[in-house]
Design a protein around this ligand. Structure first.
Ligand code: R5P
Length: 317
């Protein structure tokens, strides 16, 4: 693949394996950088490659520890800006703080907007992200955002499984559009679960719109955090007579409760992507398959670098 040496890709410490797989896809070496700490705990980053006038990309998921990875991303962007990179793209495979995107009660922050402002102020000229929880988050940035969908990777996998009698289930109303795209691509029916969130980690699936009895289910979501959403929806569809239940989610946060819940849930397989590296606990979850978004990110980076269309990537799902 021809790419000139004007393109530089750097990795923050959240997901170095993904960054290096992106570089492998592009056939270029990972940019050199040292991430260290001063004795007082402050982070310090030193970019070791010459980036003056270069098109630079920093790959950093703002996953756990969220604040640390976020600050590291900000410092990286500042570092590249002060080193005279010509254009800097924050590549954020998983964007933490995205779910606080509105004031749905008094005296709460809108962290998605706050973090978008911080990333722009730190020096990003563009953002490349995957499944930002809500499409409108793109508008929280006043710089161009290329928004990729994990669906591109997950759809291919589920198509190859050739699931018959398929019904794609959205585990909540917010994910309905994505589920209907999956149903269209995979040739299944659509059903939607109405859920009620009782607290940050407690969810109750209340009702289903659509037919699930005797059907094989693919439930798709953007995030599995505590797994409350998918496990309660899985229990409900099973209660209503569903056969097999498969889960496809872009971001596997796998918070501590998720392990126990997934182990007990009536689920036949969970598929997530490597936007977030598996932690030690989630590695113990059997029945979980991780697909890589490296090729999708690499292709998008190549197209951004060459000023080619990124949306064309989605024409062949
Ligand atoms: C909610 O709007 C999201 O799309 C996910 O359904 C939710 O964030 C998953 O969280 P949990 O696994 O904790 O239920």
């Amino acid at each position: 693949m021809f790419l000139n040496d004007n393109l530089k890709i750097f990795a923050g410490s959240s997901n170095p394996a993904l960054a290096s797989d992106v570089c492998k896809y592009l056939g270029i070496p990972l940019g050199g950088a040292k991430i260290d700490r001063f004795p007082d705990g402050e982070k310090v980053i030193r970019v070791e490659d010459d980036v003056r006038g270069r098109d630079c990309f920093v790959v950093q998921s703002t996953c756990e520890p969220v604040d640390e990875h976020l600050v590291e991303l900000l410092i990286f962007l500042d570092c590249l800006r002060r080193a005279s990179a010509s254009r800097i793209t924050a590549v954020i495979p998983y964007f933490g703080y995205a779910r606080q995107d509105r004031k749905d009660e008094g005296r709460v922050p809108i962290t998605a907007k706050l973090v978008a402002n911080m990333i722009t102020t730190a020096g990003a000229d563009r953002v490349l992200a995957i499944d930002l929880h809500a499409h409108q988050l793109q508008g929280f940035f006043d710089i161009p955002v290329d928004h990729l969908a994990g669906e591109l990777v997950l759809s291919k996998y589920f198509r190859d499984l050739k699931i018959n009698n398929l019904t794609v289930v959205s585990p909540d109303v917010g994910n309905m559009k994505t589920a209907s795209r999956y149903a269209a691509h995979l040739g299944g029916d659509l059903a939607i679960v109405h859920k009620r969130r009782l607290s940050g980690n407690k969810v109750e699936a209340q009702e289903i719109i659509g037919e699930v009895s005797g059907r094989n289910i693919l439930m798709c979501d953007d995030i599995i955090a505590t797994a409350g959403t998918i496990c309660s929806a899985a229990a409900l569809v099973k209660k209503r007579g569903a056969e097999k239940v498969y889960i496809g989610a872009t971001h596997g946060v796998f918070a501590p409760q998720a392990l126990e819940r997934l182990a007990k849930a009536p689920i036949d397989g969970v598929v997530a992507t490597d936007t977030i590296p598996l932690n030690n606990m989630s590695k113990k979850i059997s029945n979980i398959k991780i697909l890589s978004v490296a090729a999708m990110l690499g292709e998008a980076i190549k197209r951004i670098h060459r000023n080619e269309s990124v949306s064309n990537l989605f024409n062949n799902i």
